[in-house]
Design a binder for this molecule. Structure first.
Ligand code: G3H
Length: 496
């Protein structure tokens, strides 16, 4: 159970502590932040409201710990990560319980998130050993005008302190996808978890604590964005920010200093369906892609662009599959669970009402109870409707009927987002041409968008972000190149 057993030390009374300098602490603020259970809409947990002074101390400790960590042999750093991964998996149930209560993630998916995270940490340790164990040797005489008298040895060294800010929808997985690459590369790590999901993240951090990482190397501060948000992202002690979330990322990128940024900020992933597609496969992927975790995934299918000639058939198939989705609490492992907050539900409702007013066809009746929104397919959506462009982050999916592939690609590329997209066709040549034309970081052929497997590159264009993620890319991004040049007094070939 959350907050008990090995996790008993991370809670004081009813408030979860924050993690700094290798210890679980209460904030001097004496204040806490409540986490509302999206299902019951009542307070579920409380976390510390950390102060700016506490953030300063965390940064100082991180800086000091990082210097020693960078000199810890790479194989040893990997060993720590493997240990943390094993502990994380061992305690998957209490962590998953937090995900169910804090973000209404269906129980089975919550367990999957923790197990996937353990696997991600182990894979990162292995990948890191390979990537960081290699360097490069350049010799000078390949550049015009040079003799063979300079040898340049370059390797990857850590950046310093990495600030990780994951989103509510994957507070464990999208935290470790930043933590593990940062640590294997020799960086220190400061985590600011999302408020919804903070308690799951604190449990996850405790697994790293139990693995025995050096004091101060990893910290986790909780609290109000208004008090410590900008303070953290603009802190001079931060050498890299890895953020996943919404528009806040754009604001962060404008305020952050001259440091590497890795940002993933949402999407309006289009699903383009051609006449020759396998329509059963299309329907299955629209339902899985559009409605899993109630549409609260940046990679969810967010607009279906379908050739008019097959639209009726696909819409009927999708409706039939949607009718089988279970709707209810996450504890019962329902497919559709309450969205994360009342404000989120209100936003989704605003998009639905706008579509209704402008004449979209409702394939089901719109229904909402509290934060629970029944899955809804909106057909005959037109570009003048907000839902054609905006990201609902909920179980509502628009269908736009198109007369040509060009029309579909044009709609996809007119979006301010460019995360992923997908195309369904049996013609691989057409699929490749459409993939090339779509202005998104990834295009899936004959499957719904998805980030994983976690070692695949993952990146967004335009307002969907900057930098590339995925295990290898994250390790590289959290390092810089350091060169040492050996200068010989005369060209090496003058000997012998
Ligand atoms: O919400 C954003 C995540 O990066 C999506 O990850 O495709 O594994 O659901 P996923």
């Amino acid at each position: 159970m959350a907050g008990t057993g090995v996790f008993a030390e991370i809670i004081d009374g009813e408030v979860y502590k924050y993690y700094a300098d290798g210890e679980w602490k209460k904030s001097a603020s004496g204040k806490s932040v409540s986490i509302i259970n999206p299902t019951t809409r009542t307070p579920q947990y409380k976390v510390q409201a950390c102060t700016q002074e506490e953030v300063n101390k965390v940064m100082d400790a991180a800086k000091a710990a990082q210097k020693l960590w960078a000199r810890t042999p790479l194989w040893k750093r990997a060993e720590f990560l493997h240990k943390a991964a094993a502990i994380l998996k061992e305690h998957k149930n209490p962590i998953a319980e937090c995900l169910v209560k804090e973000i209404a993630k269906p129980a089975k998916d919550a367990v999957t998130e923790v197990v996937r995270s353990g696997d991600l940490v182990s894979y990162t340790a292995e990948d890191g050993v390979r990537i960081l164990g290699e360097g490069k040797l350049l010799v000078s005489d390949s550049f015009p005008g040079n003799e063979r008298s300079k040898y340049c040895l370059s390797s990857k060294v850590p950046l310093g302190v990495v600030l990780a800010i994951p989103p509510f929808n994957y507070p464990v997985n999208l935290a470790v996808s930043k933590i593990a690459p940062a640590l294997i590369a020799g960086n220190a790590l400061v985590l600011k978890p999302p408020t919804q999901g903070a308690v799951a993240a604190l449990h996850m951090i405790h697994c790293f604590h139990l693995a025995g990482f050096p004091k101060g190397l990893i910290s986790c501060v909780t609290g109000k964005g208004s008090e410590i948000g900008d303070f953290l992202t603009m802190h001079p002690g931060v050498n890299c920010i890895s953020f996943t979330g919404g528009d806040t990322g754009i604001a962060i990128s404008k305020k952050a200093g001259m440091i590497p940024l890795q940002m993933e900020l949402g999407g309006k992933d289009a699903c383009i369906v051609l006449e020759d597609a396998d329509l059963d496969l299309v329907a299955a992927n629209i339902v899985k892609g559009g409605y899993s975790y109630s549409g609260q995934r940046c990679t969810a299918v967010k607009v279906v662009l379908i050739m008019e000639s097959v639209a009726d058939a696909v819409v009927e198939k999708v409706k039939a599959k949607m009718a089988k989705l279970s709707i209810g609490p996450p504890e019962e492992n329902c497919d559709i669970t309450p969205v994360v907050s009342e404000s989120s539900a209100n936003f989704i409702e605003g998009l639905v009402m706008d579509a209704k007013q402008k004449g979209a066809t409702f394939c089901q009746e719109y229904r909402r109870e509290g934060n629970l929104i029944w899955p809804l397919l909106l057909d005959h959506v037109r570009p003048d409707m907000r839902i054609a462009w905006e990201e609902p982050f909920g179980p509502v999916l628009p269908v736009i009927r198109i007369g040509s592939v060009e029309e579909g690609v044009h709609h996809c590329n007119a979006s301010n987002f460019g995360l992923q997209g997908c195309v369904f066709t049996r013609d691989i040549n057409k699929a490749m041409m459409i993939s090339d034309a779509m202005e998104t970081g990834t295009v899936q052929i004959n499957s719904a968008p998805a980030r994983g497997p976690d070692h695949f590159p993952f990146q967004g264009l335009k307002d969907s972000g900057i930098g590339s993620q995925g295990i290898t890319n994250s390790i590289n991004m959290m390092t810089k190149i350091k060169s040492t040049v050996i200068n010989l007094p005369s060209p090496s070939y003058t000997v012998g």
